[in-house]
Each structure stands twice: as structure tokens, then as C-alpha cells.
Design a protein around this ligand. Structure first.
Ligand code: HEM
Length: 131
């Protein structure tokens, strides 16, 4: 029987492309920078968040199925290994998750996609906690 699911549409396309990814990432770092709820997460980052805005945007564009320039510029870079040197505890991982969930919610993307993204990010953030 034919599979009725549209398998050729990437999350990147569902999101609305690079422009939406950039809006989510900018909101994520704005929240991290401004809201005391994310103070411990903010403290782990360098003063200047500009390079992080570019890097997370590029990573998420390629990761979600869009152009892969970030992966071509960072061959072999693995996010889990990149975070292994950081002292990430349950609270900082929760702050990352919450900031990202709020950024996604504020960018009015498709509700089902938002839920799926939050689930995947929660799993990734959880796996980065150093025990
Ligand atoms: C678990 C909670 C997390 C914390 C506390 C955290 C914290 C950080 C910090 C402090 C940096 C800067 C590292 C440095 O200056 O060397 C960083 C980099 C980065 N993080 Fe996270 N992160 C978390 C989860 C995630 C997740 C889930 C993703 C992906 C979905 C992600 C994507 C990135 C990217 C793309 C970079 C830049 C890497 C690079 O350009 O080398 N992070 N993170």
C-alpha cells in the first residue's frame, strides 16, 4: 500500500526556511541574554553571542534538512562531542530546553512541528548532561 505521508518535505521546509530558523535562534539568544530565568545558561557563554547566533543558525539549517554549508565548514564536528567538555548539569540543560521552547513558541510555527522539535531538543539536551 502506498505510504500517504509526504516523505519528501524536510522540517527545514516546514519551518519556512532559513529566515524562520534565524528568527528562532535570534529569539533564543535574546531570551538567554535578557531573562533571569536563563542566567546560568547565559553565564556559560562568552560575552559576545554574535558568533553563537551564526553557528547555531547554520547548524540548525543543515540539521533540519536545508543547505549544509555549516557542516561543510565544520567537517566532522559532532554536537555531542562539542558539548562534552562543558559542565552541563540538569538545570542548565533545562534552561536551554525552556529558552528554545519559548523561542519556538514565539515564532508561530506549525504546532505539530514545534512539538516534535521540542521533543528532539529535549532529548539532545538531556543527553548532554554530565553525570
Ligand atoms: C544541554 C544544554 C546546552 C548547553 C548548556 C549548551 C551550551 C553551549 C555553550 C556554552 C556553547 C559555547 C561553547 C564554546 O564556546 O566553546 C555551545 C555551543 C553550541 N551549541 Fe550548545 N548547549 C546546549 C545544548 C545544545 C543543543 C541541544 C544544541 C543543538 C540542537 C546546541 C548547539 C550548539 C552549537 C551549534 C554550538 C556552537 C558550536 C560551535 O560552533 O563550535 N547546544 N553550547
Amino acid at each position: 500500500m502506498a505510504d500517504p505521508r509526504p516523505v519528501d518535505i524536510t522540517p527545514y521546509e516546514l519551518l519556512g526556511g532559513a529566515e524562520t530558523v534565524k528568527r528562532i535562534v535570534d529569539r533564543f539568544y535574546d531570551l538567554m541574554d535578557e531573562d533571569p530565568a536563563f542566567v546560568r545558561l547565559r553565564a556559560m557563554h562568552a560575552d559576545d553571542l554574535t558568533p553563537m547566533r551564526a553557528s547555531l543558525t547554520g547548524f540548525l539549517i543543515g540539521w533540519s534538512g536545508g543547505p549544509r554549508s555549516w557542516f561543510e565548514q565544520n567537517p566532522g564536528r559532532c554536537m555531542m562531542s562539542a558539548h562534552a567538555k562543558l559542565a552541563i548539569d540538569e538545570e542548565t540543560a533545562a534552561q536551554w530546553r525552556r529558552a528554545m521552547a519559548r523561542a519556538i513558541a514565539e515564532c508561530s510555527i506549525d504546532e505539530t512541528l514545534a512539538e516534535r522539535l521540542n521533543e528532539v531538543f529535549a532529548r539532545m539536551a538531556g543527553a548532554m548532561v554530565r553525570h
